[in-house]
Ligand binder design. Structure first.
Ligand code: SF4
Ligand code: SF4
Length: 391
């Protein structure tokens, strides 16, 4: 039976349904787990339908349908239709591969509200190099399909050392494609971006130029296209409030049914996360150890515990604390007050030394693929949560 829709919105307000980790692209910064190819089977349609109902009953109002590439799921239209029936605002996050005109029309009929299309860069050469697929022309066609269906044209480009100098062209391309909203998201260094961090971290000068170019476009466009520039926390010295607060707004369900407060949290060792195959979402959200552990500020130690900013950033990202300090309860090392901040500075110094001139051909980049995933998982051994050693 369908639970009644709640009188009040959440928390959680957002359900991020990671429908699959399969993806035809091979992005070097991919946020999917490095060992994704070794993870168990995906949830079936009935399980996903139940997750949608339970999340809506809890108060979730926004639904992100992501992946991997969610269009690889043949039941996507059925999930969208149920989301519409339940009253979700649904958002498809896609590389564009598989969004044919027929599929777009079917998703529109099913009630899909919003599509976010990702590009890797502004030219076929760089887009196709960074995703290791020939998808640039396809993405251009998909952008037209999105507009033809009357969806808001929303584009996302992940920025890093290899494409950040192309921001002018990227914004120009988004404008020419009729984007209403462009997200320029600087890479967050976990998952595949962590593996490739020394090849992807931009220099300070690259960042400064990109921000200046973005500002100039904002002034020129005068609101005709909104541009959101997500600053990189490594360079800022101030951490971001991780997922707007652990277990406070976002609920992610991974393809295998693991429920997470943040899509990368399963890397944290010794922290059990429940599976929706065995537990209801309400109990998971309210009572599970995985969702309780870093809620609020009670878990903090120094320097966060006595810090005046602790309510503002909640100590930053737990995954970053684990990756950089091997302590998930530590202050996020991007913070200048963290005793581990030197590791962030060292990475930044290496980026400065490598400089903007380093081209992709000289870089030993690791492209995401099932074979690389299995190789990296095997190299990590049985303790897969251990961060890969970096200088
Ligand atoms: S970041 Fe790239 S490889 Fe990863 S899921 Fe998105 S499109 Fe696929
Ligand atoms: S010490 Fe902790 S709470 Fe204070 S600014 Fe740094 S990360 Fe945030």
């Amino acid at each position: 039976m369908t639970p009644a829709a709640p009188a009040q919105p959440g928390p959680p307000l957002w359900l991020l349904a990671e429908l699959t980790h399969r993806c035809p692209l091979h992005c070097v910064f991919c946020y999917n787990p490095v060992d994704y190819a070794t993870q168990p089977d995906e949830l079936g349609t009935e399980d996903w339908l139940r997750v949608l109902r339970e999340a809506r009953a809890l108060g979730a109002v926004q639904l992100g349908l992501s992946g991997g590439e969610p269009l690889l799921r043949e039941d996507l239209e059925a999930l969208v239709a149920e989301a519409r029936r339940l009253g979700f605002y649904s958002n498809l996050l896609t590389s564009g591969v598989g969004l044919t005109e027929a599929r777009a029309a079917a998703l529109k009929d099913a009630g899909l509200d919003h599509v976010q299309l990702s590009f890797q860069d502004s030219t076929p050469q760089m887009n196709d190099f960074l995703s290791h697929t020939r998808t640039f022309e396809l993405k251009q066609r998909v952008a037209a399909t999105i507009r033809a269906q009357g969806w808001p044209m929303v584009m996302n480009v992940v920025l890093h050392r290899l494409n950040i100098d192309h921001v002018d062209r990227i914004i120009g391309m988004a404008h020419a494609l009729g984007a209403e909203y462009l997200e320029l998201a600087n890479t967050q260094y976990y998952s595949w971006a962590w593996v490739n961090r020394d090849q992807l971290l931009p220099t300070r000068e690259q960042l400064r130029r990109a921000e200046a170019v973005t500002e100039a476009w904002r002034a020129r466009l005068d609101g005709a296209m909104r541009i959101f520039f997500v600053a990189p926390d490594y360079h800022e010295g101030r951490p971001k409030k991780c997922v707007n607060g652990w277990g406070s707004m976002f609920l992610t369900v991974a393809p295998d049914g693991t429920a997470l407060p943040c899509h990368t949290a399963r890397m944290l060792p010794g922290l059990p996360f429940p599976n929706v195959r065995a537990h209801g979402l309400a109990a998971i959200w309210r009572d599970s150890e995985g969702f309780q552990r870093f809620r609020g500020t009670g878990w903090m130690k120094e320097p966060c515990r006595s810090c005046a900013q602790r309510e503002e950033d909640l100590g930053g990202c737990r995954c970053q604390a684990w990756l950089l300090a091997q302590d998930a309860s530590a202050a996020d090392p991007v913070c200048v007050k963290s005793p581990h901040h030197g590791r962030v500075q060292a990475a930044l110094q290496r980026a400065e030394a490598a400089g903007a001139a380093a081209g992709p051909r000289e870089q030993p980049l690791v492209f995401r693929s099932p074979a690389e995933s299995r190789r990296l998982a095997a190299a990590a051994g049985p303790d897969r949560a251990r961060p890969r050693d970096l200088p």
